[in-house]
Ligand binder design. Sequence first.
Ligand code: GDG
Length: 502
Amino acid sequence: VTNAGEPSTKASLIVVSNRLPFVLIRNAATGELERKASAGGLVTAVCPVVIKGSGLWVGWSGIHLEDPNEAIPESNPNDQTPTAGLKSDQVVSVNIDSKIFDSYYNGCCNKMFWPLFHSMPGRANFGGSHWTDYVTVNKHFAVRTIEALEKCLAKKQGSEKSPPIVWIHDYHLMLAANWVREHAEEKNLPCRLAFFLHIPFPPWDIFRLLPWSDEILQGMLGCDLVGFHIQDYCLNFVDCCQRSLGCRVDRNNLLVEHGGRTVRIRPLPIGIPYERFVNLAQTAPKVLKTSKQQIILGVDRLDYTKGLVHRLMAFEALLLKYPQHKEKVSLLQISVPSRTDVKEYRELKEEVDQLVGRINGRFTTANWAPIRYIYDYVSQDELAALYRDAAVCLVTPLRDGMNLVAKEFVACQINDIPGVLVISPFAGAGEMMHEALLCNPYEVNEAAEVIHRALTMPEDERALRMARLRRREAECDVSHWMRCFLKAVGALEMDDVGTTTM
Ligand code: GDG
C-alpha cells in the first residue's frame, strides 16, 4: 500500500498548538517582525492541509508582543518551507504575559507534566501557582480558538459542507478542549474537536499522583477524538478515565462515555517526511572523512528521558569488555541544548560533560578519542549525512512518546551496506520497529552486548533488517499519519480512504 499524494478533506482544519509553525523575530535594523520558518515533520504534514482547506493555526509566536494587535507578517517571498503558503489571516497568535507564560511553560509543563508523563514522578515538582497559570493560559487559548472558529465559519458561510475540525496538540493544552466545546455550544458554532498527545500517557498509578489528574482527564474528554502514538498509551488513558472518573469504557473498541457523549480514543503513530530524508541523504556531502572507523551515532535533545548517561556507561562497558573496538569505533553524540532555564537540565549537562570527560580521559590514545561530543544543533544536511554514514544508531531513551530520530536514521540508510538501529523498548518507535535490535537502557552490560552485536552483524543480516524497516517507514510516513487522523475524525475524502492502512 502506498500513500498517493497529500491527504485531503472538505473540512477546514484549525490547528491549536503551544507554538505556531514559525517563530517571529524582530529585525533589529527595521524594527519589523519577520517570520522564521520551522521544518519539523508535523509542520510538513499538517500545514498543507490547513492551507488547502482555508483553515487556521492558533499558537504562540515565540515573541512576547507589547502590542497584541501588531500584525503578523506574510511569509518571506523566498520562503520554500511548508508554512510559506500560510497567509497572515490564517494565523491567530496567542499573547500572554511573559511571567505567566514562563510559569505555565517551564513551571507546569516542563517541571511537572514532562517527568510525570514519562513515568519519572521523582523528578516532578508540584507547585500550586504553576497550575493556576496553566489554567489561565489554557483558557486564553480556548478564547482565541473560538475566535479562529468564528473566523473560519464566517469565511466559508454557506459553502461549508462539513464542520471545521479543531485539532489541539500536546500536554501544554490538555484543558483547552472543554472550554472550546462549552463556548462553541453556547454560540452554536459547529465543529469537531480532536486532541493528540505527542508524549506517553502514563499508567493510572502514576497519573493519579498529579493533584489535578481529574481536571486533565475531563479537559481531554471535551474532544470527540483523542489520539496517542500507541495502543498502550490509549489503554492507560481509558484506564484512568474508568478508575479516576468512574466513566463507562469499552477497552476493546477504545471508547469512553463522558458527559452524555462517547469519546473515541485512537492509536495514531506519527511518521516522518520519509522522502525528504531520502533526498537529503542522496545529496548531503560527506561529513565523516575517514571510513576506517565505525561510527556509533546518538542524536537527542539533552533531556533526562533520552537515557544519555546510561548510553555513555554502556559504551564504556563495551570498550572494557571488547577492547578490539578501541581505535576502530567512536561514539558521535549530538546533544541539542534544551530547556536550559530549568535546573534539572543544567545539572544533566554537567553530569554528561563530566562523564564524557572521564571516559575520554580513560581510553583516548594519540590517534583516537572514543567519544566525540557535540553540544549544539547541526544542520539538516549534516544530520542526514551522519545518519547515512553511521554504522550504528543508538536510540535508547528511558521513555519516549515515539522518537523520530530512529525513523530518520532508517530513511537515510541508502548505502549498499546499511547500518544497524539499536532501539529501546521504552520508546513508542520500539513497539513497531521489530527488525531493530532491542536494548533495555537500564541494563548497562546487556546494552554493551547489543552494541557489540550491532557492530559485528553480518552484512546480509543488516541489509535484510534495514530493508524491512525502510519499507514500513516509507509506507507509514507523516502524510499517512495525517490521513489516518482525518479518517479517525471522520473527515477524509472518500477518494483517499482506499489508500489508508492502520
Ligand atoms: C516529541 C516527543 C515524539 C534533533 N537534533 C537535531 C535535530 N533534531 C530533530 C530530529 C527529530 C527531532 O529533532 C527530535 O524528535 P524526537 O521524536 O526524537 O523528540 P522530541 O523533541 O522529544 O519530540 C517524541 C515527537 O514529539 C513527535 O510526536 O516522537 O517522543 O517527545 O526530528 O531530527 N535536527 C537537526 N539538527 C540537530 O542537531 N537539524
